[in-house]
Every structure is written in C-alpha cells, then in structure tokens.
Design a protein around this ligand. Structure first.
Ligand code: ACO
Length: 333
C-alpha cells in the first residue's frame, strides 16, 4: 500500500472535520465531492451558500452533507471578533478592528479551528502561503514543545535504496527563509516527530551542511553544529546527528569514512536543510531528477493542523491534503 493509500485508510478510520475557507473555489468544490464520497472528512465550506450550491451543481459535484457558513453574515461574528481581540489585544488589536478582520474567511476559519469547532484547516488554492500562515501563527500558534512552524515533504524516490526503501522526509522546505540555530533545532525535533507519527518510521535525523563533523569551518557550518547540539540536548531520545554532508547522511560507505561514530550517518531517513533556499531547491532537485513523488508541503509545529495548497494545485491534491490534515488532527502533528 502506498503512502497516500495508507493516509486515506487512517483518515476514514476516525473521521475529522476540516474547514475549507475557499469554499466558492472550483477545485475546492470538486475535491469536496470526492472527500465526502470517500468519507475522508466532514467538511465546512466558507462562502455564500447560493454561490457554493450553484457552482457545485454546475461542476457535477455532490456536496450533500457539507456545512456552509458565510463569514459575512454569520451570527457568530461578534463572538469570533471577541476571541480574536482577546488573543491579539497585546499586539494592538481592538474589538472594532477584529470585527472587520474576522469577515476574512481565512481568519474566520482559523478562529473556528482555535475554538475547536473544526479539527483542521486547508486553504491556499487562491491565497499565498503568507496569507494563510499569518492568521495561523497569530491565533493558533505553535504546539507545546515546538517553537517553530515549518513545512516538510514526504519524498518517495523510485528504485532507491536510501532512507526507508526510498522514502525520506525533507524539512524545512516551505516556511522559514533563514532560521537561527535555535529555530533549526526546533525544526529538526519537530520533523523527527512528524516522520514517526505520519510515516511510522524510526526517524534518523541528519542535520545537513557542506561539512561533515568538522571537515570544514564557516559560520554557516557553526550554525548547523550548534543547532545539532541544541536539538540533542533538548530531545536526547531522538536520533539526531550532524553536521553532515548529504552523501555521508544517506550512504553507509561514505558514512564509514566520514562519520564512523554516528548512529545516523549512512542511515538517515529525515533530512533537515540549513535554510529555506537549500530545502526548497533540494526537494525540487530530487522530485525532478529522480522522478520522486513529493507529498507536501505538510505543515508542522502548529498547535492545530493547518495546511497550505499550491495555487497550481489540482482537485486531487486538495483531496489528499485534506486527508493528511485529518490524520494530523488524529495524531497531534
Ligand atoms: N513559527 C512560529 N511563529 C512564527 C513563524 C514560524 N515559522 N514565523 C513567524 N512567526 C510568528 C511571529 O513571531 C509573529 O508572532 P506575533 O505576531 O505573535 O509576535 C507572528 O508569527 C506573525 O509574524 P509576521 O511577522 O506577521 O509574519 P512573517 O512576516 O514573519 O511571515 C511567514 C511569516 C508568512 C510564514 C513568512 O515567513 C513567509 O512568507 N515565509 C516564506 C513562505 C514561502 O514563500 N514559502 C515558499 C513557498 S512554499 C513551496 O514552494 C513549497
């Protein structure tokens, strides 16, 4: 069974409720019909009920059973505005401003999630990553034990002996352009946990650099070395090691030469990149050149699951991200 098939099975076993703030968007409506048909999640669509129903009909998508809420006319606006005001008043939020802000479906949906009226949120087919993540970062914030929100990919590389028979987890490939050593340590710990909880693998986390165990010295290398120390100290139970080059991380022969004492080197299945440029370029290199399937970006570190879609996503991508979000809600990822 492939990774997504497993995710679908897990999602169906304990059905969660996901809010889709872009409820009037066509791919979202097609995906909604598929999600309901396959019992992957219960759905709340945000938008105008008449528009949603007529578009769904035109598209031939059966959305019977969804809950539709129009943030513009909801009778909960004042309650949600009060919640937003309480959370953000120390950042200059007033009740009057909050009353305007919660009409934005992304804020409305995020408040629903914060109030546990839904279990997860998926958006981004017509919004940028920043549009989606800002309300999440401001309202839902980070999970206990995580100081950073970041994004990982499950990479499935065909005919590959590295990682878990070609399955590896890459992070951060989506959120933090230039993490500090402390932030990188948090990303490493969270990614190790995500790999265990979502992929069921015994995570071996490699902190990637252009140096292996002191073979080079530079402030960029020192940052990765410091991050490794912090992560190990914070979570001595996790297998995290570095700094190391990519070949030392995944290839046992190279690891024997370059990092013979490491329990991670040569067997890494989780790759933590030093910054967003390397992470984002790295996953795309593997995706394109090795024809790998790149499942993600999957957000991690939020106190409640929020996932971003690519604006170029298909309705099938939306179905899969909703299923992943539902599993994250089940497993506290
Ligand atoms: N983790 C936890 N908290 C964070 C993070 C984070 N990664 N980033 C910001 N915050 C906090 C801030 O401290 C702030 O808290 P406060 O308001 O309570 O004090 C709050 O979140 C909002 O911060 P802002 O400064 O308003 O947001 P910022 O401008 O830092 O934007 C964002 C955050 C949107 C995630 C930004 O880092 C970003 O745009 N990242 C790049 C995303 C991107 O373009 N990715 C590539 C595309 S994805 C792909 O190709 C796969």
């Amino acid at each position: 069974m492939g990774f997504m098939e497993k995710i679908w099975e897990i999602a169906k076993s304990d059905v969660k409720t996901i809010v889709l703030p872009e409820g009037e968007e066509e791919r979202t409506l097609i995906a909604s019909g598929e999600i309901l048909k396959n019992s992957l999640a219960k759905l709340v669509l945000l938008g105008d009920e008449a528009v949603i129903k007529s578009k769904a009909k035109q598209l031939g998508s059966d959305i019977t059973g969804v809950e539709i809420i129009n943030p513009e006319t909801s009778d909960k606006l004042e309650v949600y505005a009060d919640e937003l005001y309480r959370i953000r008043k120390n950042k200059g939020m007033t009740f009057e401003k909050a009353l305007k802000v919660v009409r934005d479906p992304l804020y409305f949906g995020t408040i629903m999630l914060q109030r546990e009226e839904v279990d997860g949120l998926v958006s981004g087919a017509i919004h940028t990553t920043g549009d989606l993540f800002r309300p999440g970062l401001q309202i839902v914030k980070t999970a206990p034990g995580a100081s950073m929100v970041s994004g990982f990919f499950v990479m499935q590389v065909p005919d590959c002996e590295y990682g878990e028979d070609g399955t590896l987890v890459f992070a951060d490939c989506a959120v933090n352009p230039c993490p500090t050593a402390e932030q990188l340590a948090s990303i490493a710990v969270t990614t190790g946990e995500s790999a265990k909880k979502l992929c069921g693998i015994d995570a071996k986390v490699a902190m990637l650099s252009f140096s292996t165990m002191g073979s080079a010295d530079h402030e960029l290398v020192q940052k990765v070395r410091k991050a490794t120390e912090i992560a190990k100290k914070f979570r001595p139970d996790l297998k995290i090691d570095g700094e190391m080059q990519l070949d030392a991380a995944i290839d046992p022969t190279v690891a024997k030469l370059k990092a013979p004492n490491s329990t991670v080197a040569g067997n890494a299945n989780v790759l933590v990149f030093p910054d967003l440029q390397t992470g984002n370029i790295g996953y795309k290199l593997v995706q394109r050149f090795a024809k790998a399937e790149a499942i993600g970006p999957i957000s991690q570190g939020f106190a409640k699951p929020i996932n971003d879609l690519s604006r170029g996503c298909s309705s099938t991508d939306i179905v899969n991200v909703v299923a992943i979000t539902a599993v994250q809600a089940q497993r506290g990822i």
